[in-house]
Design a binder for this molecule. Sequence first.
Ligand code: UDP
Length: 242
Amino acid sequence: MPESQSKVTFKRVMLKISGEALMGDQGFGLHPPTVQRIANEVKSVHDLGVEICMVIGGGNIFRGLQGSAQGMERTTADYMGMLATVMNALAMQSALEELGIHTRVISAITMNEVAEPYIRRRAVRHLEKKRVCIFAAGTGNPYFTTDTAATLRANEMACEAIFKGTKVDGVYDKDPAKHADAVRYDDVTYDDVLQKRLGVMDASAIALARDNSLPIIVFSLDEPGGFKGILAGEGTYTRVQG
Ligand code: UDP
């Protein structure tokens, strides 16, 4: 058994990725090879028997704040953002099913023709049957983000941790893309993230994770095999907890 496989102790996890993670270098929309690459990352963890929940953002297609900045009514813009997450979820479902993994897209906004409605007990059953559950349409409410949706669903599904896949390998004291001397934290508390505005997730998501002692592990999704390695405690990442 490979080293990383033997060390994975998680039974059920939430993987949160931003919509932008699916756009590759295009700057907008979906880049199918990138979606396929991330689906392969998910498969490698699924193959270990870990139960996987996913939340994918919508920022590669539409963000409510951008719409409202351009004069659109905020709640309408937010609903458009939520619909964008459904498109991303369907793209990920398709990529995972091509790899032979059974999935369900579960939407917080009822749209029975394209996705299952969210029913907590039903979603838990899917996980027990090793189906990957992709939670779409955020929380179903405007003024929230998919980070909060991921934290909410992770709590409801009793996930042991949220794995937040980003472009960088953890949380830094300042933006590592702009500052060569930025320092990565191995561990950081929820309160530090909030007080220092470290930009891991929005404040509502962090507070919800803190109040339910749900660890957040921030890692780079750009590393091949990164998700599986991080689950085994390998590689570099930041753990946010109390
Ligand atoms: N959104 C919302 N309520 C939610 C989740 C998302 O209104 O519970 C909207 C919001 O407009 C947001 C957009 O959906 O800008 C896309 O989600 P997010 O910005 O979290 O995506 P990401 O940055 O992760 O790609």
